[in-house]
Design a protein around this ligand. Structure first.
Ligand code: AP5
Length: 184
């Protein structure tokens, strides 16, 4: 059983690697970005509220995200572990998750921080062409990452569960490095 959290800037490879490790460890991959994109596509009330923030590359307000995560972690398939990708995104989301897990008498096993230089991130995202992968929105996502998400790295290093993995390498080598740190 594994409870893993992926951190890293936009384009670091969180989603790519989380999908692979989800198969390896037979645990669900929970991506707040994927949940929000599905909600936008289905035009649900969440999707309608979230869309503008996502198009601008800004964080969707916590009040739209926190209950969503609480409900997702309570689903049956999450009882044997999970991989969180894209959450927590700021220190208040990290504190919320810590409190929620403490109430459930659980804790994350590892927080995996994928490090990739900004210029490579921009190159990867421009090549992908998702709706929010245009130059202006990418720059905004990177600014928000540095302002709001980088402090989450210290939050977890203070708790001694942070593991840093270089994400600027071929996909298979990144997967191998992640497995090595998870299994050590
Ligand atoms: P989200 O979907 O989380 O986007 P993101 O953080 O910007 O992450 P990306 O999907 O761009 O990057 P990734 O690290 O997953 O990389 P990937 O594997 O895809 O969030 C989108 C929006 O939703 C946010 O802006 C916000 O508005 C909202 N949101 C989401 N969660 C939220 C939250 N908790 N709170 C508030 N708002 C929230 O790879 C990228 C590309 O690189 C791919 O093409 C891939 O093939 C390629 N690639 C991957 N690895 C490699 C490699 N090793 N070598 C070469 N290419 C590679």
């Amino acid at each position: 059983m594994k409870r893993l959290i992926f951190l890293g800037p936009p384009g670091a490879g969180k989603g790519t690697q989380a999908k692979i490790l989800s198969d390896t460890y037979h645990i669900p991959h929970i991506s707040t970005g994927d949940i929000l994109r599905a909600a936008v596509k289905e035009k649900t009330s969440l999707g309608q509220k979230a869309q503008g923030y996502m198009d601008r590359g800004e964080l969707v307000p916590d009040d739209l995200i926190l209950d969503l995560i609480k409900e997702r972690l309570a689903q049956t398939d999450a009882s044997q572990g999970w991989i969180l990708d894209g959450f927590p995104r700021n220190v208040s989301q990290a504190s919320f998750l810590e409190k929620l897990l403490t109430e459930l008498d659980l804790a994350a096993d590892d927080v995996l921080n994928l490090e990739v230089p900004d210029e490579i991130l921009i190159e990867r995202l421009l090549a992908r062409k998702r709706k929010d992968d245009n130059e202006e929105t990418i720059r905004r996502r990177l600014e928000i990452y540095h302002k709001d998400t980088v402090p989450v790295i210290s939050f977890y290093s203070d708790r001694n569960i942070l593991k840093v993995v270089k994400g600027d390498a071929p996909m298979e080598s990144v997967t191998a490095s992640l497995k090595k740190v998870i299994e050590q």
